[in-house]
Design a protein around this ligand. Sequence first.
Ligand SMILES: *Cc1c(COP(=O)(O)O)cnc(C)c1O
Length: 232
Amino acid sequence: MLQENLKNVQAKIDAALARRSEEKITGSAVTLVAVTKNHPADVITEALSLGVTTIGENRVQEARAKREMLGAVGRWHLIGHLQTNKAKQAVAIFDMIESADSLHLMQKLDEEAAKAGKVQEVLLQVNIAREEQKTGFSPEDYAAILPQLDSFKNLHVRGLMVIAPAADNPDDIRWVFADGYKLFCELKQQRPDVDTLSMGMTHDYEVAIEEGANMVRIGTALFGQRDYSLKF
Ligand SMILES: *Cc1c(COP(=O)(O)O)cnc(C)c1O
């Protein structure tokens, strides 16, 4: 089933890329982050065997349990809110932390990366739709912190991560992705080495790609419903 789902998702990614009305500075390839939260570790093994390169998890504890079972296979991305007291563990586990959502957290990640002798890849999470229940920089706070990014010697800011509000019709939230793309373009003018715009999940990734995403985070469309009774 996963093989079939992967094929379908990949075909939809390609079709969305082909529908882009204009060339985007994010390029013409999309990285698929397979979101395996609330699924057992063996789905990761299966996904990697089918050519998936990148795994997304939203909790440090769950990711750590799976990593202990599987070893260091594939690339691992943290996509959920990170508490500063887990920064050290997160730096030890994740190749990229997509959910850098406060300066305080970034300071802590920078410190822990320095101690670990690592340059930690991060994305700045921006809460474009200003949803109260979601973390992330507001668009103003995001603009205000940009001058400080160079002070983080052990962080490599690769780009932005955006989560759109839930919507029955993904066209209604197209503007969120369009704004995300604009912010990405501005960031790239200041920091030419940024290259990653992570936007889009199962219900909205096609629209996100049309608007310029070059990384999508997909769980349900690949692995089906999550099992919240699993304990890690
Ligand atoms: C769970 C999650 C996803 C994947 O969601 P699906 O709707 O299952 O594709 C993507 N991004 C984030 C930040 C998530 O927490």
